[in-house]
Design a protein around this ligand. Structure first.
Ligand code: HEC
Ligand code: HEC
Length: 153
């Protein structure tokens, strides 16, 4: 019985992971994420700037990294892209164009607090019995929009 339950849990987890990592059909991704191509182009050029140093910690290559310090530069840029996708925005939603280290845009500071919020929620979620494997991300609330909706349109 216990083995069966374990087997079911593993299968469910596998399905959940597969669902999360499955590539989205290009058409629907384009519809809900109009800035995807723009972000990809910028990331490509930033990756060229750090060629050979992709595995260095982000804070060793960039000036104002306060939260994601130890993430490899490659994964750091991946997170940037995912934030854009979660909010349905381009890099310029949080950054002054080509001044990545600038702290002028309030969205950048808010984002650091949003990371804290998300971490806190996930900690609380773990204390609710039966949903240990679930977690909340930016997308859970934002759903491709800069301002999450409170209710259905
Ligand atoms: C939702 C807001 C948001 C979006 C969208 C976003 N960023 Fe960021 N970005 C941040 C925050 C916040 C930091 C600082 C992270 C930290 O302190 O750990 C940052 C830091 C950076 C840095 C490091 C700059 C330095 O020298 O300190 C680079 C480079 C960067 N972002 C590139 C990008 C690129 C390229 C895109 C688009 C693909 C992008 N960002 C999209 C919020 C955002
Ligand atoms: C629990 C739900 C929730 C989660 C999780 C969440 N947000 Fe938010 N976020 C909100 C709400 C609600 C607002 C306020 C929107 C408004 O102004 O009405 C907001 C506002 C923001 C804003 C400023 C408003 C704007 O228009 O730009 C940014 C930037 C932002 N979130 C980024 C993020 C990022 C990045 C993450 C993941 C690290 C994240 N959020 C996770 C609910 C959430």
């Amino acid at each position: 019985m216990k083995a069966l339950l374990t087997f079911c849990a593993v299968v469910l987890l596998a399905l959940w992971l597969a669902d999360c990592t499955a590539p989205k059909p290009a058409a629907s991704a384009a519809a809900s994420d109009p800035d995807a191509a723009g972000r990809a182009k910028i990331i490509e050029s930033l990756k060229r700037d750090i060629a050979g140093k992709e595995n260095w910690p982000a804070d060793s290559l960039y000036e104002n990294v306060k939260v994601l310090k130890t993430l490899s530069a490659e994964r750091f840029l991946g997170v940037m892209d995912r934030w854009g996708q979660a909010l349905g925005v381009g890099c310029d939603h949080c950054h002054v164009k080509n001044e990545w280290a600038s702290e002028v845009k309030p969205e950048k500071a808010v984002t650091r607090q949003m990371i804290e919020l998300t971490t806190r929620i996930n900690k609380d979620l773990k204390s609710i019995g039966g949903i240990e494997e679930a977690s909340v991300s930016c997308y859970t609330c934002h759903r491709g929009e800069a301002t999450p909706r409170r209710q259905a349109k």
